[in-house]
Design a protein. Structure first.
Lengths: 255, 411
């Protein structure tokens, strides 16, 4: 399996796209920090990058890569290798290469300009978001055989998590304004990894505002060790569940 | 001979006028402070040497001066009021006043000043008292360089640090107050000044200020108090160069203004508070050259406020610079620096060419629906905010700074 992963990582790294992605990320991060006079503003801009660009690139690149390597997969299947091993190797190959470019592109400037718990939290969150959207890409690639449809599903999922979900939450908030829904809302955010990631960083960035009435409820939940470990468990589930579903599907799929 | 007689009379007079010094302590003429006070006449000084004195309630009803050497410890044993001052021109300096009594019916203080004038309380250490220094119906008193510490946990079980009631022309200077109910409490106190005090970690307010006209407080530090600082039902207050810091909580405000008029807030620093300033029913106030930094809400200006001028302030790194609860705007904003301003300055006069709308739509949404805070900094909210900034439709149109500064002011 290690050898397989090595081949896949090398194949991806040979691909120019991942290099361009790294370059764009690092150009963004370095310029953001050197242009703004206070690092908090830089962190905020980077937050938008992590919450929008990173998931978009992760999900689309992975989906396209999966479809493009269908012939390679078929070739591998003709060899005496376990099916789940192939699928897992593909997953880890993609994860390793995308995380590597994220670490080089964003991690380096982040640790230099914003060391401390905000920077560290953003790095963790960025790594999780990348992995989660790779896992979602695996699921969408398994749902349909048609490449265009698969990419469409991936983009729709990204759009849903990045944008539509918040709209629905806002709508719910106003519809249910008369009820004590704060605790329920904490639960609902767990349904969207991007929201979860955002709130984790928010609690570090806007501490003063978060000490207000509702903020205090979130702070109570997300602020302590138990809350943070729950959040990271949920994020891990977001990595595991879509991938495991796709793995089961891949095992029994007639290719 | 005649001349000699005159000189002799003068000498005798001088001798009588010269105040006695009464020494209290181990191996000194007096062992008890109470006894020394009884033997003294107005104008005398009592010097108390190091030691522990448990004498119950010490009443001072003559114009005498008490000095402590090396902080003699006066223990109230959690039963008595330690010093009760009932005469003018009294001075208490250099004592350690410890463990005053606790009562629910009357307010027992470590040092209490009753209906008098020209009293000086300076350089004392007050530890674990119910009320620290209590001033009632008094004038021209000076409370200077005292250190008050208490260990209050519940509001009803602890008194205020420096409590002033129905008084006039007081000076509260250079005191350090920690852990009381309200650090400094002013009710019906006029023409007074609160200067260079530090008020920290108090259970309720750092400074509690009501019906106290024509006062000023200058260069104080209020930090990490349960509910910040409240100034209410007062006119003509001057608030200069104070620091309001780390007052956290939904009902905690750096500075709460309620029914205030004709006052000045100049040169203060508001940092890391949930709300920097909260204004309600506040009229004709000048807010100038203040710094609002890293607050949740820089200023919350309720619609009941009128004719306030907010000029030349720095708003830096606040989650929300301004919020309000209505659409009526009767206050003016001018020449402030907003770090969220994204306009340009073509003629390089340091004043942005495009007006700035400090009220973000999201702050209105949160005001109406607090749980929406959950969505803060999400992409959709950013989109909403941006579009609202370009074409204000839901935020009041005249909530505007027509002359936003391009660079922050040096404050």
């Amino acid at each position: 399996m290690t050898r397989l992963i090595k081949y896949i990582v090398l194949d991806i790294l040979k691909n120019k796209i991942i290099l361009v992605y790294t370059l764009i990320l690092s150009a963004l991060a370095w310029s953001v920090f050197s242009l703004e006079d206070n690092s908090t503003k830089g962190v905020l801009t980077l937050l938008n990058v992590i919450l929008l660009t990173v998931p978009l690139v992760s999900v689309i690149f992975s989906t396209i890569y999966l479809y493009n390597s269908s012939e390679f997969i078929e070739l591998l299947l003709s060899q005496p290798i376990n099916r789940s091993k192939i699928w897992k190797s593909l997953f880890f190959g993609l994860v390793i290469s995308l995380l590597l470019s994220f670490l080089i592109g964003v991690g380096l400037p982040l640790l230099i300009y914003a060391p401390g718990d905000v920077g560290l939290m953003m790095l963790m969150v960025g790594l999780f978001i990348s992995t989660i959207f790779i896992s979602i890409a695996f699921l969408s690639a398994m749902i349909t055989r048609d490449k265009a449809k698969g990419i469409g599903i991936a983009i729709m999922l990204w759009l849903f998590f990045a944008l539509l979900f918040d709209g629905i939450v806002l709508f719910l908030l106003f519809q249910l304004a008369d009820y004590p829904i704060e605790k329920m809302m904490v639960g609902i955010t767990a349904l969207n990894p991007i929201d979860l990631a955002r709130i984790l960083i928010l609690l570090h960035l806007d501490v003063s505002a978060m000490m207000g009435y509702t903020g205090a409820i979130f702070k109570d939940f997300f602020g302590n060790t138990l809350g943070i470990s729950i959040v990271f468990t949920v994020l891990t589930l977001w990595v595991a569940i879509p991938f495991l579903i796709s793995l089961v599907k891949f095992k029994y799929k007639d290719l | 001979m005649h001349r000699f007689k005159h000189t002799a009379v003068l000498f005798i007079l001088l001798f009588q006028m010269q105040a006695k010094q009464l020494l209290v302590g181990k191996g000194k003429p007096f062992i008890s402070i109470k006894h020394a006070v009884e033997q003294s006449v107005s104008g005398d000084s009592i010097i108390v040497f190091e030691g522990i004195y448990k004498e119950g309630n010490i009443v001072i009803d003559k114009s005498i001066k008490l000095f402590g050497k090396n902080y003699p410890l006066i223990d109230g044993e959690k039963k008595y009021e330690v010093f009760s001052i009932k005469a003018p021109y009294v001075s208490i300096d250099g004592f350690k006043v410890y463990r005053s009594g606790y009562a629910t019916l009357n307010d027992i203080g470590g040092i209490k000043i009753y209906d008098t004038h020209h009293v000086t309380i300076s350089n004392n250490v007050l530890d674990d008292n119910f009320f620290g220094i209590y001033v009632q119906f008094s004038k021209y008193c000076l409370i200077k360089n005292n250190k008050l510490t208490a260990y209050g946990e519940e509001e009803q079980k602890i008194g205020n640090g420096i409590h002033c009631w129905k008084s006039d022309s007081l000076q509260i200077t250079g005191n350090y107050i920690n852990g009381h109910r309200d650090g400094i409490y002013f009710e019906f106190v006029t023409n007074s000044v609160i200067w260079r005090n530090i008020s920290l970690n108090n259970v309720r307010y750092g400074l509690h200020f009501m019906f106290s006209h024509n006062d000023s407080y200058i260069s104080n530090v209020f930090k990490n108090n349960g509910a910040g600082v409240a100034v209410m039902f007062t006119h003509k207050v001057k608030m200069f160069h104070n620091i309001f810091e780390e007052n956290w909580g939904d009902a905690a405000y750096g500075l709460l203004l309620k029914e205030i008029s004709d006052s000045y807030i100049i040169g203060n620093k508001f940092r890391k508070n949930t709300s920097g300033i909260y204004m309600e029913g506040t009229n004709r106030i000048k807010v100038e050259k203040n710094e609002f930094k890293s607050n949740g809400w820089g200023m919350k200006i309720q619609a009941s406020c009128m004719d306030n001028e907010i000029t030349k302030n720095n708003f830096i790194g606040n989650t929300f610079d301004i919020s309000t609860n209505g659409s009526l705007v009767l206050n003016t904003f001018n020449y402030n620096y907003w770090d969220k301003y994204e306009g340009y300055d073509l003629n390089k006069d340091n004043i942005g060419d495009v007006p700035f709308h400090p009220l973000s739509i999201f702050s209105i949404i949160v005001e109406k629906n607090p749980p929406a805070m959950l969505l803060f900094r999400s992409f959709m909210i950013t989109l909403l905010d941006k579009s609202e900034k370009i074409m204000p439709s839901l935020t009041p149109e005249n909530f505007i700074d027509n002359h936003p500064l391009m660079h922050s002011l040096k404050i």
